[in-house]
Design a protein around this ligand. Structure first.
Ligand code: ACO
Length: 373
């Protein structure tokens, strides 16, 4: 019998079908249900993206108004979850808080099987969980959500207590739309694996949040901004980045398993950042980006490494006023639309996901009694 092919990291392995998003990494194209993300970023809000994923089409005006109203009504958080948010150690990482609070939403919840109403509710609740935890840890009172504000604006309002400007709301909406789905990335796959066991929605999303947290996935943007800040001046970029590579560190915000051309989201976010962030920071970020690309192309010519979505995400989320450690949780709030749509897709045509592994451990052997080992 020939040896099985081991696909480490499942690279290149197709494990199922999806009608949600298509990542064409070789040509740097990303489409959501057939719509190019450049087109979507110009025209839609996060709620419209969620409708597209959950229901298959962009909403009409009436459907949009209805979804916004339903999501605004779904923003209530049960008391026990608010108590947990208040009781978490103030130094908890917000991603740990989100993982815990999503899990707590599932406890005692009779409506936890994934369906349209449950996924809409959890998506609407996510920014509220984040804003509640963020304010409690800062010793501030919870600010109740405002029904007249959309998903993006309400999130910024609840964090800061000030109604965001139209430009801030627009920037966050574009970010939330762009990050809302991306094929079978690690966290989405984790959610689908859990869904495939017929587990509940909150278990699927708790697992997805855990997967997103890692720096090789969604945990990079705060580190990208830290890198830009540590570099400080464009003259320092080359020395700083070469020193990091010499220490075998990775330059955050560069490289992607799927993209062997520029990540189209990075291109859109770069343009957006030019408009919303302080000119000095934008210039520094651009110069760090150019230097990073040059050095990475030099040191890894075969890898075709480009700027990934995290690099300018960091700059934009900073520009709309978010603390660094809220970047990845905000990514989670966006990806909630995609995760939940993937869960619905998985359960609609389910087969337990259960891959195999090539065993490389010891040959069969006998157990010795404890005193004879
Ligand atoms: N900095 C330095 N070296 C890099 C980078 C980077 N950003 N990206 C890739 N490389 C190098 C690796 O060291 C490796 O070299 P080696 O074979 O000599 O060890 C080679 O390029 C291939 O790297 P892999 O990790 O095998 O490539 P993969 O396609 O799996 O990597 C990944 C993708 C994990 C994102 C990688 O590019 C990386 O670590 N980037 C930095 C972290 C980051 O920006 N994460 C956010 C990703 S975007 C997202 O998930 C939303």
């Amino acid at each position: 019998m020939s040896a099985p092919i081991v696909a480490k990291g499942l690279e290149g392995v197709v494990v199922g079908n999806t009608a949600l998003s298509r990542v064409e990494g070789q040509i740097g194209r990303l489409t959501f249900r057939g719509y190019d993300i450049h087109d979507l970023a110009r025209h839609i809000t996060f709620e419209e993206a969620a409708h597209l994923f959950w229901k298959g089409e962009l909403p009409t005006r009436a459907q949009y108004d209805d979804l916004k109203m339903q999501m605004a009504h779904a923003r209530m958080i049960p008391n026990h979850v608010m108590q947990i948010a208040r009781g978490l150690p103030k130094n908890s990482e917000p991603m740990d808080a989100l993982r815990t609070l999503v899990s707590a939403l599932g406890a005692g919840n009779p409506l936890k099987q994934p369906d349209l109403s449950a996924v809409m509710m959890l998506t609407a609740q996510t920014p509220i969980l984040l804003a509640a935890f963020d304010r409690y840890r800062r010793g501030l009172e919870f600010i109740p959500p405002r029904g007249d504000l959309d998903h993006a604006a309400n999130y910024l309002y609840m964090l800061s207590g000030t109604e965001p400007t139209a430009a801030q709301t627009r920037a966050l909406n574009v970010y939330l739309v762009l990050l809302s789905d991306h094929g079978l990335n690690a966290s989405t796959f984790a959610a689908r694996v859990i869904a495939s066991t017929w587990s509940d929605l909150y278990s699927c999303i708790t697992g997805a949040v855990g997967a997103l947290k890692g720096p090789l996935h969604g945990g990079a943007p705060s580190r990208a901004l830290e890198m830009i800040e540590a570099i400080g001046k464009k003259e320092n970029a080359e020395t700083w980045m070469r020193a990091a590579l010499a220490k075998k560190e990775r330059l955050m915000g560069f490289g992607h398993r799927m993209y062997k051309a520029e990540d189209p989201r990075a291109e859109i976010l770069r343009d957006l950042a030019r408009g919303v962030c302080a000119p000095q920071l934008f210039e520094l970020a651009q110069s760090v980006e150019q230097t990073g690309l040059q050095i990475l192309h030099e040191s890894k010519p075969a890898e075709r490494i480009y700027t990934n979505v995290e690099f300018y995400s960091a700059v934009i989320l900073h520009a709309v006023g978010l603390a660094k450690d809220m970047f990845t949780p905000t990514f989670a709030a966006s990806r909630m639309a995609g995760w939940t749509a993937h869960i619905l897709e998985q359960v609609a045509d389910n087969r337990l996901i259960r891959p195999d592994a090539e065993y490389v451990g010891p040959a069969p052997r006998a157990v010795k009694a404890i005193d004879q080992r």
